[in-house]
Design a binder for this molecule. Sequence first.
Ligand SMILES: CC(C)(COP(=O)(O)OP(=O)(O)OC[C@H]1O[C@@H](n2cnc3c(N)ncnc32)[C@H](O)[C@@H]1OP(=O)(O)O)[C@@H](O)C(=O)NCCC(=O)NCCS
Length: 407
Amino acid sequence: MAERSEVVFVDGVRTPFGRAGEKGMFWQTRADDLVVKAIMGLLERNPDVPKDAIDDVAIAATTQQGDQGLTLGRTAALLSGLPQSVPGYAIDRMCAGAMTSVTTTAGAIAFGAYDLAIAGGVEHMGRHPMGFGADPNPRFLAEKLVSAEALNMGNTAERIHDRFPQLTKERSDRYAMRSQQKVAAAYEAGKIQPDLIPVATRNGDGWGLATRDEAPRPETTMEGLAGLRTPFRPHGRVTAGNSSGLNDGATASLLASESMAEQLGLSIKMRLVSFAFAGVEPEIMGIGPVPSTEKALRKAGLSIDDIGLFELNEAFAVQVLSFLDHFGIDDDDPRVNEYGGAIALGHPLASSGVRLMIQLARQFEEHPEVRYGLTAMCIGLGQGGSVIWENPNWNKKAAMSTKKAAR
Ligand SMILES: CC(C)(COP(=O)(O)OP(=O)(O)OC[C@H]1O[C@@H](n2cnc3c(N)ncnc32)[C@H](O)[C@@H]1OP(=O)(O)O)[C@@H](O)C(=O)NCCC(=O)NCCS
């Protein structure tokens, strides 16, 4: 019988995130090249990992066509210089693709089938616009399984505003402005850059090098946000300013059994505690992280008060606020998205789950007083995904002195 194991997050990296479209820095870069670059960067950073010992490579993409098709994990593994003996496969759970790459390979590690795995995701929303080529079954609408509106994510965010009138546009805009400010501060303090793998770019002016995210707008003001169009509904509340944008980018992470990490002398960044996915009404898909978090907490035997750091994907400000309100957390609670989030950084769908983990891992290093952290996100068609992690740097003394200082 395979030996059951603890699962650890050894390391995670990503490409800078670009703005999708002809003017974006990755317009002329292939999607598979983005994720290959991330995997190569990850392997270079972890030279003590024998390449032939990697048991699997799981790479997510939402639109699995063209340069995002052909069972990406396998093609990316070959293109990254991994030996032919290393297998790979593709994953899709829309926005939670990379998160699902992590949980699926983690399950295999926990079961004892794998010792080392690479898990990540990519989305080139410029080359693969959301929903492109999809052919939803007509039964969805004919049998009213979901309303037509639920297929457009911006509409689902408007519906959260309808459902919870206390979540005003002003609160959404303020949350969005803070996200921009936090990203700017995190860049200023050098918190984001260490986990970015630079990518060569090509445009009309020749070759370039992408070393920073392209989407942040640090100059964002409440006045600027108030004046933006509401593209999903006349006189609506959801704007380009309080939504994540359309982006290109890739992520990759290295997971291991705790015993393999010890054997190879790898330092570890996080220990997996529990994970869960849950379904909700597709029309308000953004509240998905509420039940998935409750489920993950239940599985772990923890309560929301045990979570010291939150990395929540900001698909839309209102959907993060619905989560915070549900759990009684303030809009500007310092435990939430300390380095900012997707509203500023961007959300290349299937890659974002690992971006949350990368940021949580870095915050764990800086917060030895925090024992548990959460990464969570909403998912199209009405789902949520949540993963709870333990901080290997946690020490009781730091926790006690922080508690004392707070009193
Ligand atoms: C909201 C959305 C439709 C906007 O798309 P877009 O119109 O191409 O966005 P842009 O970046 O061009 O922004 C639109 C305008 O708002 C302005 N703007 C955007 N963010 C701003 C900010 N923070 N402050 C001030 N102005 C801002 C832009 O400058 C632009 O102005 P312009 O029209 O004068 O040029 C698109 O980003 C979207 O669909 N987001 C959601 C993605 C999604 O559903 N993901 C899945 C989640 S589950």
